[in-house]
Ligand binder design. Structure first.
Ligand SMILES: Nc1nc2c(ncn2[C@@H]2O[C@H](COP(=O)(O)OP(=O)(O)O)[C@@H](O)[C@H]2O)c(=O)[nH]1
Ligand SMILES: [Mg+2]
Length: 443
C-alpha cells in the first residue's frame, strides 16, 4: 500500500522534559533529513544526535531514531525525533515538517497504518488504546493482559476450526452424490466451538468492566442522602477526570477509583410512591439507569425507613446487583434496627464509608476479577463475539432440524465474517476511521 507522509507531536501539550514528534510514510527518512544537520549516515534503530533547523536556523538539539520499513510501529519508514519539551519548539518543528512534505496525522493514524500494514490486528490496536487511557491500576492490569494477545490467538484458532467444519460441508455441497457429511459429528464439533466461544465471552468480558468502569447507580427516596453520599465518596477518593469521547449523558456521572477499581457513579433524581401509594413516580430515567447498572447502592434513611423498605422490595427485581446502605447512622434511634442493611453509614460525617467501599468491591468481584487468558476490552469486541456465538448456535439448530445444509454453510460463513471484523481481516475504511477517531493524535 502507498501511504503519504504524516507527522504529529506524540507527547502531551505543555512544558515537559522532553517532547516527541513522530513521522511515518514513504520517503520519510529523506524528507526529515532536510531538517536535520549533523547526521553523516543513517543507521536504523540507532539514536542520532542532530540539530533541527527551520528556515530561521537551528531551533533545537535533538535525538532522532530512524526505522526502516517494515521494522517499525506502522510498518513504514518512520522517524521519531525527541526535542526538549518546549511547546514552542515542537510547534515550530511541526510547521517546518508540514512545509517539507508531511501532513498532520489524524488521531490514531499511526496505529491505523500499523493495522493496514499487518503489524497488528484490530484487537491489539484496541488493547493499546485501553493501555494508554486506563484510568486506574486495575484497568491497566486488564489492558496489559489484553495486550498480550490471548484473544487474537483464540479468535484465530476458532476461525480455523469453523473453516474446517465449513470445508466438510462444502464437499457435500459440491459432490452431493458422493459425500454426505455425518450430521452428528458436525454438530458435536460445532457444539465444542460454541462452548469455547461462550467461555471466552464469560471469562473475558470482565475486562470491559475494568476498563470502562463499574456502572453504579445511587437509588432511593428523595432526601435519604444520595447526593451527600456521592460527594463524600468523591472527597475521600481522588475523583478520576475522564474524558470519554462521544458520550453525552443527561444524568450526572462521576468517576472514581476504589482500591484500583474504576467506578462510574450516577446520582439519580430519586424514586418515590405516587399519591395513591401504588405506583412509583420515579423519574423514568432513574429506572433506566437502575436497569443498566452493574451495581445499585440502595439508600435507606435510618431515621425513617419504613417506606424505604417497601420501595426496596419493589425495586429489588430491577437491580442486577445491589447493596442496601443505611444512611444517617448519626441520627438513628435504635442501632440494631433495619437488619436489611448491608452497611450503615453517615454520609454527612463519612462514618462507615470504608465499610461501604469494601462492600462495593466485594459485591462486584464477580464482574471485576480478571481471569487468565483472553481479555475483552471493548464493546465492539464483545458484540462481535456474541454475533459469532449466535450464528454458531443457529447453525447447530439448523442441522439438528434437518434443514438443507447450505443454510448452515451460510450461517457458518457469516460467523467467520464476524471474527474477521473482530480482528480486522476485512475491516472497511469507515470502520477503521470510526475506531481510530477515539485515539490520541500521534498514537
Ligand atoms: N444527619 C444526617 N443528615 C444527612 C446525612 N446525609 C445526608 N443528610 C441530610 O439529608 C438531606 C438530604 O440529603 P441529600 O443528599 O440532598 O439527599 P438526596 O435527595 O437523596 O440526594 C440534607 O439536608 C443532608 O444534609 C447523614 O448522614 N446524617
Ligand atoms: Mg440529590
Amino acid at each position: 500500500m502507498i501511504f503519504d507522509r504524516i507527522c504529529a507531536i506524540a507527547t502531551p501539550p505543555g512544558v515537559s522534559a522532553l517532547g516527541m514528534i513522530r513521522c511515518s510514510g514513504n520517503g520519510t527518512h529523506d524528507a526529515v533529513r532536510t531538517s536535520l544537520q549533523g547526521i553523516a549516515a543513517i543507521r536504523p534503530r540507532t539514536a542520532h544526535t542532530a540539530r533541527f533547523v527551520s528556515d530561521r536556523g537551528v531551533i533545537d538539539e535533538v535525538v532522532a531514531v530512524f526505522y526502516s520499513s517494515p521494522a517499525s510501529y506502522t510498518g513504514e519508514d518512520m522517524v521519531e525525533i525527541t526535542f526538549h519539551g518546549s511547546p514552542l519548539i515542537l510547534r515550530t518543528a511541526l510547521q517546518c515538517l508540514l512545509k517539507n512534505g508531511f501532513r498532520q496525522a489524524f488521531p490514531g493514524e499511526f496505529t491505523k497504518r500499523a493495522v493496514l500494514n499487518n503489524k497488528m490486528d484490530l484487537i491489539k490496536a484496541e488493547s493499546i488504546n485501553a493501555l494508554v487511557t486506563a484510568p486506574t491500576s486495575r484497568s491497566l492490569e486488564a489492558a496489559v493482559s489484553a495486550y498480550k494477545g490471548g484473544l487474537s490467538r483464540e479468535v484465530e484458532g476458532l476461525r480455523g476450526e469453523i473453516i474446517s467444519v465449513l470445508a466438510e460441508i462444502e464437499v457435500e455441497l459440491n459432490y452431493p452424490e458422493d459425500h454426505v457429511s455425518d450430521r452428528q459429528l458436525l454438530n458435536s464439533n460445532l457444539g465444542l466451538l460454541l462452548s469455547r466461544i461462550s467461555e471466552l465471552i464469560s471469562k473475558g468480558e470482565n475486562g470491559i468492566v475494568l476498563t470502562h468502569g463499574v456502572k453504579t447507580v445511587i437509588v432511593g427516596r428523595p432526601n435519604v442522602g444520595k447526593s451527600t453520599l456521592l460527594n463524600a465518596l468523591l472527597k475521600k477518593d481522588r475523583a478520576i477526570v475522564t474524558d470519554t469521547p462521544g458520550t453525552t449523558r443527561d444524568t450526572i456521572e462521576e468517576a472514581l477509583s476504589i482500591q484500583g477499581v474504576y467506578f462510574r457513579i450516577v446520582d439519580t433524581a430519586g424514586i418515590r410512591k405516587d399519591a395513591d401509594g401504588i405506583e412509583y413516580l420515579g423519574v423514568r430515567r432513574s429506572y433506566e439507569a437502575i436497569e443498566q447498572a452493574d451495581l445499585c447502592l440502595f439508600i435507606v434513611d435510618l431515621s425513617d425507613y419504613e417506606e424505604d423498605l417497601y420501595l426496596l422490595q419493589e425495586t429489588a427485581k430491577t437491580m442486577r446487583r445491589h447493596l442496601v446502605v443505611g444512611n444517617k447512622k448519626d441520627i438513628q434511634k435504635d442501632i440494631t434496627a433495619c437488619e436489611e442493611c448491608d452497611v450503615k453509614i453517615s454520609a454527612r460525617s463519612s462514618e462507615g464509608l470504608e465499610d461501604l467501599e469494601e462492600a462495593m468491591i466485594e459485591r462486584t468481584s464477580e464482574i471485576t476479577d480478571l481471569h487468565d487468558g483472553e481479555v475483552i476490552v471493548s464493546e465492539r469486541q464483545k458484540h462481535l463475539l456474541h454475533k459469532c456465538k449466535d450464528l454458531l448456535s443457529e447453525a447447530i439448530s439448523s442441522l439438528e432440524q434437518g434443514e438443507s445444509i447450505d443454510i448452515s454453510s451460510s450461517l457458518l460463513n457469516q460467523s467467520v465474517s464476524a471474527l474477521d471484523d473482530l480482528t480486522g481481516r476485512r475491516a472497511t475504511e469507515d470502520l477503521l476511521n470510526k475506531m481510530f477517531s477515539d485515539f490520541c493524535v500521534g498514537k
